[in-house]
Write a protein of this length. Structure first.
Lengths: 92, 347
């Protein structure tokens, strides 16, 4: 759940990783996130921009795969922050 | 729920119900699978462990174990361990009577398991009249044991005519035991079909429950009450039947079905003894027919976007028509009560 605390987590330089209660897999439209705490689903139309195992390891929140355009990077940064706010990613 | 993406087709179910055995030490009068004695030729341990491998490869997120009573199966903990080693989340639906402190301690070693303990009334008399003498006390003790651990625990109750007025009290009871409440829908399958007339909730009870549910955001219902839930609650769960789209069912002998309520030959999607899990999920004609199921008779309804015709299983059992729309949906409850009032006024 978004809160003042979780919003501050999204500052650049923060390391994040998939929450242990969450799983993700590749689907035709992009990534499908599952949160067992709800349970709830998040359908993310990311196409092939992010590999499904991208957040299995600790990442800097602004860190993105190589080879993306600036507009793709901008969309993914917003998306990553949403994942933190919604609890799918958590600060390490 | 993002129907657009669901309709594109999923590579695998999000979760599935796996009824590992029909064996059960109880004979609940509403049991959807008429459990008691094990099914003939239930899956072997090797077959069950192979299925876990296949579900991991398919990246199924969660397995909901049921039965029967899952703990009646001697190798059930072995199956669970295999799931957890793969990182697959599990949820066990149990009657609670076989949960010992030692077993609960072993289960609590992982953070990947959740447990639902079935109870069917806030009063001992109500619960035991449905589940058998002494079951209420055993289930309460099981929930107490589980609440001392970190295992997410819920009390799971089936809404029936006999306990409809006890649901708020069950909510309080679950809370006092340190558990959440999950309410499931009564469906006319298994012994539930035999006892449908005497146990199914009335339209007035369903409407009352619907109102209560709208005000009780922490009560879980899964997908079982989307035909009744308010618009505000839709954000908490599904608004369409997930059978063959987001979920499916594996029966005790390895047959696959769209959902746990349609485990009959007409709806057999395939056998894991003849085909792989992925092959059945991708290619079963039964699953394809569910994915293209349209409840045309409901499309003119103002609530269509909220329930998409409700539960096809209930429509099938009560009207022999998968496409017929859910006979117990909110609109039909309201209409049914209005018709009754008109008839009374005319008399």
């Amino acid at each position: 759940m978004a809160s003042a605390g979780s919003i501050s987590m999204t500052a650049a330089g923060v390391s994040v990783r998939l929450h242990p209660a969450c799983r993700v897999r590749q689907e035709g439209f992009g990534l499908l996130f599952y949160d067992a705490r709800g349970p709830r689903l998040l359908f993310a139309p990311t196409g092939n921009m992010l590999p499904r195992d991208y957040f299995d390891t600790v990442r800097l929140i602004d860190e993105l795969p190589e080879g993306l355009s600036e507009s793709q990077k901008s969309s993914l940064r917003k998306f990553t922050k949403q994942l933190v706010d919604k609890g799918y990613l958590r600060e390490q | 729920m993002s129907n657009k993406y669901v309709e594109m087709g999923m590579t695998a179910p999000v979760n599935l119900t796996w009824e590992v055995s029909l064996a059960c030490n109880l004979r609940c009068t509403h049991c959807l699978s008429a459990s008691g004695t094990p099914a003939k030729d239930e899956m072997t341990t090797a077959e069950a462990l192979d299925l876990v491998e296949q579900l991991d490869e398919a990246r199924v997120f969660q397995i909901n174990f049921g039965g029967g009573e899952p703990f009646m199966r001697p190798d059930f903990e072995q199956i669970l361990d295999a799931c957890h080693e793969k990182g697959i989340m599990t949820c066990i639906s149990t009657n609670g009577t076989l949960l010992t402190p030692e077993l609960v301690k072993r289960l609590s070693r992982t953070r990947l398991v959740a447990i639902q303990v079935s109870m069917d009334g806030a009063r001992r008399e109500t619960c035991d009249s449905i589940r058998g003498n002494g079951v209420f006390d055993a289930a309460v003790e099981a929930v107490r044991l589980l609440a001392e651990t970190r295992i997410p625990t819920s009390v799971n109750t089936v809404l029936i005519a006999q306990n409809a007025n006890e649901i708020p009290a069950m909510h309080s009871m679950a809370e006092s035991l340190g558990a959440s409440l999950r309410v499931s829908r009564f469906r006319p399958s298994g012994r539930g079909a035999d006892n449908w007339d005497s146990m199914h909730p009335s339209p007035a009870q369903l409407l009352e429950f619907s109102d209560w549910l709208a005000a009780s955001g922490d009560v879980r219902t899964g997908d079982s009450f989307f035909s009744l839930t308010s618009q505000e609650r839709q954000g908490l769960g599904l608004n369409l039947c997930g059978a063959a789209k987001l979920t499916c069912c594996v029966g005790p002998t390895g047959n696959m079905y769209p959902c746990a309520f349609l485990q009959i030959e007409n709806f057999k999607a395939g056998s894991l003894r003849e085909s792989s899990f992925q092959d059945i999920w991708d290619n079963s004609e039964i699953y394809k027919s569910f994915r293209s199921l349209r409840i045309y008779s409901c499309e003119g309804c103002s609530r269509f976007e909220q329930c998409h015709g409700g539960c096809p299983a209930v429509a099938y059992y009560l009207k022999n028509d998968l496409n017929g729309g859910d006979p117990e949906c909110l609109e039909r409850c309201v209409t049914s009560i209005a018709d009754l009032h008109l008839a009374e006024a005319a008399a």
